[in-house]
Ligand binder design. Structure first.
Ligand code: HEM
Length: 117
């Protein structure tokens, strides 16, 4: 079971790499107001949700404690991210403030994940 959990943590990290990486590639465009939510961001956010839910299930099945408050906050932020990226996925340009908000929420989620132990 440990190997399976670590495997999904690996997939979870590939998801955040895709979400944050997609955002970083658009930072220059964001400054000019021409950034867009690239497919890597949508797929990364979706991967986070799916692997996160599977990780909760695997940890519970293995009788490992799960920090529900931390997971709840990560989930709430991710739902806002996923909602915004999904709704605006076909927009050729996303305004600077909204695009920056998605980046800020993504970074906040990363620090909640690593600092809240
Ligand atoms: C963008 C949002 C997210 C980020 C950046 C993130 C990040 C991380 C990171 C870095 C880890 C490995 C370190 C650790 O064990 O805490 C992790 C583990 C985990 N994440 Fe996430 N996560 C996110 C969203 C979610 C969501 C939405 C869920 C559940 C619905 C979730 C559930 C879990 C679980 C259960 C673990 C394993 C904890 C353990 O085995 O101790 N994550 N996450």
């Amino acid at each position: 079971m440990d190997v399976l959990i670590h495997l999904f943590v690996g997939l979870h990290i590939i998801g955040i790499a895709s979400l944050l990486g997609g955002f970083l590639t658009q930072m220059k465009a964001m400054g000019q107001g021409t950034a867009r939510f690239v497919p890597a961001m949508l797929h990364g956010a979706f991967t986070m949700l799916v692997t996160g839910v599977i990780l909760v299930g695997l940890n519970q099945a293995d009788d490992q404690p799960v920090n529900n408050v931390k997971i709840g906050i990560k989930l709430a932020l991710l739902i806002v991210i996923l909602g915004l990226v999904y709704v605006k996925r076909d927009d050729e340009k996303v305004e600077k403030g909204l695009f920056g908000l998605v980046g800020a929420l993504t970074v906040a989620d990363i620090f909640i994940a690593v600092l809240w132990t």
